[in-house]
Design a protein around this ligand. Sequence first.
Ligand code: NAI
Ligand code: MG
Length: 502
Amino acid sequence: MAANPALTDPALERFDMYIDGEFVAPSSGEYFESFDPYTARPWALIARGNADDAQRAVEAAHRAFNDPAWRSMHPSERGALLRRLAELVRENADRLAELEVQDNGKLLSEMAAQLRYVPSIYHYYAGLADKIEGAVVPSDKPAFTFTRHEALGVCVGIIPWNSPLMLTAWKLAPALAAGNTMVLKPSEYTSASALEFIKLIERAGFPKGVVNVVTGFGPEAGQPLVEHPMVRKVAFTGSSATGAHLYSIAARDIKRVSLELGGKSPNIVFDDARLDNAVKGAVAGIFAATGQTCIAGSRLLVQRSIHNEFVDRLVSFAKTAKMGNPMQLETQVGPVTNLPQFEKVLGYIDIAKEEGVETVLGGTRAERPECGDGWFVEPTIFTGVRNDMRIAQEEVFGPVLSIIPFDDDEEAVAIGNDVVFGLAAGVWTENTRRAIMMSERLQAGTVWVNTYRAVSYAMPFGGYKRSGLGRELGQQAILEYMQTKSVWISTAEEMANPFVIG
Ligand code: NAI
Ligand code: MG
């Protein structure tokens, strides 16, 4: 929560915002504490931004957008800057990963792998920067007609706490490749890494104002960014409630929006699957990242003929998961990122128990000595779940798995699609025809067959139904940050009847 610097531990590291090429103190003069989820203690102070800071950042980004230093830069040169940035991230990947772990408690092994992958995202869009081609269109009128794709202007990126710098890259890389400028608003729970990352933006040589970072709480520091009339696009990842709220604000002045929201993804195991792999896939779906991912396979649909055997195998495998300090490479399940999240997860466990599920693993706060005072929840597995229960319909965002039996393909599809979300789905089968049919019929932006949680810079990512709007990653994402202009050059000798345009 917000804290007066005079009252907080002066030993805590302090992070200022970054606006118009400079680190600046917040206009409020206030800082708030950021916590380490493993110790449940504050470790850093973050600038508490407000509407004034948001205003300054948007104005800086707007000036930068109109400055020839950026606006007239050839796309190949923008690509070269992005490549330089990629290499700087690569050199600093391990340090940035440690910073993220300190703030969000995810495993160092996972965050280091993510940060070592982030350079590939910048390289991919660096390569695209000078390959965004319009088309000469054969016209039915006497005219030479062609299209151009142009940048939008100032974009705002609102980032959650679960994978801060990776989700930043998903937005920033295409936005910059397309020639936009950006204001980033990291989560109030994990702001530090963005402020280390911005130093690399500076070192790569981006002109001042092209990328800015405003920190603070969502309604205070984030919302004024979304409301600002100079902003042309909002790219958001986070909760469905906040996403819908920001969508309605952006609608007031017709801003572009892309939203990457919640999920309740079905992970479907058929009796012809390789069960050893499917067990690992179920674990990857819900216990990796302590279940704190939008693509969590939080509903495990298991064919009835193998249900009991599969549950036994899954429980005995999940039981061996090592919990504890996320900085240690052998740890497999870390803490939950913040106190509200910890309370939310335990709250859903209570709801499920009241709904009458059977707890076959966990179901409590983790009291193991290796978990100390951290916000740990035992890996939890429920059986006897019906798909109409709240535990099967609502996003928990924690290590809580609901197992639902099914009889045949028809029923698997019906249960799989019977949620408001549609972010991802997993299918475990050795039958090719079944794999193809399931991939066609499941309403989800990503369908994985015999794998789970695989993501690539080259593959579009986004949601069906209430899981989101627009796509990140892949070639099409760059067009989410561009607008198309149609240019007409008449080839007619004489202007036709001016009263009748055909
Ligand atoms: P949130 O959606 O409120 O926060 C995400 C980002 O939006 C943060 O940067 C926050 O400061 C910002 N924000 C919040 N209110 C805002 C406003 N009025 N205007 C502008 N920006 C605003 O999510 P939160 O509170 O961190 O987590 C709550 C739940 O959201 C989780 O339990 C989980 O279910 C879901 N979530 C989903 C994520 C995903 O990857 N899709 C990531 C993080 C959370
Ligand atoms: Mg933190």
